[in-house]
Design a protein around this ligand. Structure first.
Ligand SMILES: Nc1ncnc2c1ncn2[C@@H]1O[C@H](COP(=O)(O)OP(=O)(O)OP(=O)(O)O)[C@@H](O)[C@H]1O
Ligand SMILES: [Mg+2]
Length: 272
């Protein structure tokens, strides 16, 4: 194991989020065509963690995030947030999806998209405007606030999703490959901005990617998911590199190679 990353302790005290023995089957079990996508997922996430979850396409990353978000229910097992079992989506968890076009409200402006959650929470108009402006500024969209989503670039749409999620001040941000569809340069800018936002807001972030360099650039912890079916959390690393991270640094490259090894088959046990 590289000195840059050490295996995280398996059990921790009072985690903010605790995923306990989560299983997920798709399809009707009685008709025998059920697929066991997730198999005994256990994961503890501390308040303020930046946890990156990596795994191959189709292994079940989005399924796990949807369960964490409360959008779908596990077939077995439970998710505790702050010690209480969650059964549905909640304002303690903000979600940022890979496909901004599906996630954003196309009929609302940037401003109105950010304001929306506050309106639902019946925050008064003046306060709403103040909060929306704060987050629109934070993600650098102030000169685009009256535009509609289809007038924005891909990077701007993802910024808008981030601002919208932050506006209701959830303690937890759940991000599903949010930069996957962006060009390399925009992606790099948003990755750095996200680190800054994380430091400023002290949110707990759970970030899914299949890009290993992105995982090493962002993750304070990196959990590796094994392949489907019956995916589980194979290993979790604590990453001891300070931010911002330098991709040319030997320790960065060594950790990236080590993680890549899990997916190249050189560490065959991952394929399970
Ligand atoms: N609603 C559903 N009904 C049936 N099967 C599903 C459903 N959603 C996902 N699956 C299957 O579950 C598996 C995991 O899907 P999931 O989208 O969670 O993977 P992923 O790791 O997020 O993949 P990607 O990296 O491509 O986004 C896949 O085999 C997928 O076909
Ligand atoms: Mg996915």
């Amino acid at each position: 194991m590289s000195s840059t990353a050490v295996l995280a302790q398996e059990y921790t005290e009072n985690p903010l989020i605790s995923v306990q023995h989560v299983f997920k089957w798709y399809g009707a079990v009685r008709k025998k065509n059920a697929v066991e996508v997730l198999s005994d997922i256990n994961l503890d996430i501390q308040q303020g963690d930046f946890l990156v979850l990596i795994g191959k396409s189709g292994c079940g990353k989005s399924t796990l995030l949807s369960i964490l978000a409360g959008l779908i229910r596990p077939s077995r097992g439970s998710i505790l947030v702050g010690g209480s079992r969650i059964r549905k989506a909640g304002k303690d968890r903000g979600i940022i999806f890979q496909d901004a076009d599906e996630a954003l409200f196309s009929w609302l402006t940037v401003w109105q998209n950010v304001e929306y959650g506050l309106k639902v929470q019946k925050v008064d108009k003046e306060r709403r405007a103040e909060i929306a402006l704060k987050y629109i500024n934070l993600v650098g969209l102030s000169s685009h606030k009256d535009k509609y989503p289809d007038e924005l670039s891909g990077g701007m749409k993802q910024r808008l999703q981030i601002a919208r999620a932050l506006a209701t001040d959830p303690g937890i941000l759940i991000m599903d490959e949010p930069f996957g569809a962006l060009d390399a340069q925009t992606r790099r800018i948003l990755q750095n901005e996200l680190i800054e936002i994380w430091k400023q807001t002290k949110k707990t972030i759970i970030f899914v990617t299949h890009d290993i360099a992105e995982a090493v650039l962002l993750g304070e912890k990196i959990s590796i998911m094994s392949m489907s079916p019956k995916a589980t959390i194979y290993k979790t690393y604590d990453v001891a590199l300070s931010y911002p991270r330098d991709e040319r640094d030997d320790r960065f490259l060594n950790l990236k190679d080590e993680l890549q090894g899990y997916f190249d088959g050189s560490k065959a046990d991952l394929a399970g």
